[in-house]
Design a binder for this molecule. Structure first.
Ligand code: WQD
Length: 339
């Protein structure tokens, strides 16, 4: 019985594959390598000490995707594959709609054809938009402020519609807050392609001297120190959240959303200071203008995942900072990525 992991060589996908295998599951990774590299597979195999089946495949290739289901005993799918850069989605929305929507519709079509109806879907806290005061609960109204977020929101609604129309589907929508950190081994972590969007890759660049200074987007927000507040969560906690959701789908039928966050908000300056203290390095930084589209605070109410999945974040901000820096020194520093 095999768990198909789409985008399984990506940041969260690769960590989830490791946890699945370490919990005794058989995995098959498919990835088109547009946002990852094949040596992530080597590092996964080093950690789990076994070969892991991999097929280079784009979910837009419906024929090849059907063959995967035809030739493998797939029992469930964890679907990570998709583009996730907010800024890129604003400048190239059609690419995001085509890639994120059509690939998922192809996947659902083939899952239905082969009667595979357990799906853990990679969603995002972005679907909450900037309408609500934290902590954010799953039953709040949703609004996506950018094309990337809108692909996640549309896909959540498509999945809800499928479940309303057809029995037998078991679907978990995983809404990530701000994933940072890296695998404890230092062999897996976030590998941005081109200019990173997210905060931690820029902290790593400034701490290592790759860049002269981290730009803090806005220091005049209505928060304790003027910088934005986020619910940073360790990528290994996220991976465990997906494994818990998969187990939950064994006994659940329907479509359920889950926040994956710690429930604790830290500011941008908190993260910088913690990173400096834990790793005994300086992170040169300067305050610049606010970034278009940023919300002041995003913090999860993670009680539903705790109650229904038996999942709770285990790692703290210090772990996230220590593991990110270990990953950078161990691997990322030596990789020169094409922009
Ligand atoms: C966090 C804070 C920035 C970079 C996005 C997506 C979300 C998810 C996570 C995919 C903000 C500040 C950042 C920098 C900075 N992605 N910042 N200087 O915007 O909360 O969420 O990534 O699922 O869907 O929306 O994350 O890391 O970009 O920003 O000051 O160089 O760090 O202003 O306050 P964000 P982020």
């Amino acid at each position: 019985m095999t768990i198909l992991v789409t985008g399984g060589l990506g940041f969260i996908g690769s960590h989830t594959v490791v946890e699945l295998i370490e919990q005794g599951e058989d995995c098959l990774i498919i990835d088109n390598l547009s946002k990852s590299t094949i040596n992530v597979l080597d590092r996964i195999e080093t950690i789990v000490q076994k070969k892991v089946p991999f097929i280079k495949l784009d979910l837009l290739d419906l024929g090849k995707l059907r063959m995967v289901f035809k030739e493998n005993e797939i029992t469930a799918v964890i679907h990570f594959a998709g583009f996730k850069a907010v800024g890129e989605s604003v400048s190239n929305p059609l690419m995001y709609y085509q890639n994120n929507l059509i690939s998922t519709l192809n996947l659902l079509d083939v899952m239905k054809e082969f009667d595979v109806k357990k799906l853990v879907f990679s969603s995002s806290a972005t679907v909450y938009g900037d309408l609500h005061t934290p902590p954010l609960k799953e039953d709040l109204s949703l609004h996506a402020p950018n094309p990337y977020g809108r692909t996640k929101l549309m896909l959540e609604e498509i999945l809800q519609d499928i479940v309303a129309a057809q029995t037998g589907w078991s679907i978990a929508l995983m809404r990530y807050f701000n994933p940072i950190g890296a695998h404890k081994s230092g062999l897996l972590g976030e590998m941005p392609f081109g200019v990173p969007n997210n905060l931690m890759p820029h902290i790593l660049k400034a701490a290592s001297g790759e860049t002269s200074s981290l730009q803090v987007f806005g220091g005049d927000y209505e928060t304790k120190d003027g910088s934005c507040i986020r619910d940073f969560i360790h990528v290994m906690d996220l991976a465990l959240g997906h494994v818990s959701a998969l187990n939950y789908l064994e006994i659940y039928e329907g479509c359920e959303a889950f926040n994956l966050g710690t429930g604790i908000g830290y500011s941008v300056f908190d993260l910088i200071r913690t990173f400096e203290d834990v790793n005994n390095v300086k992170v040169p930084h300067n305050i610049v203008a606010r970034r278009e589209g940023d919300i002041v605070a995003s913090i999860a109410d993670a009680s539903k995942a705790r109650m229904l999945l038996g999942w709770d974040a285990q790692y703290d901000l210090q772990d996230m900072c220590y593991d990110s820096w270990k990953w950078y020194k161990n691997v990322l520093h030596h990789i020169t990525k094409d922009s």
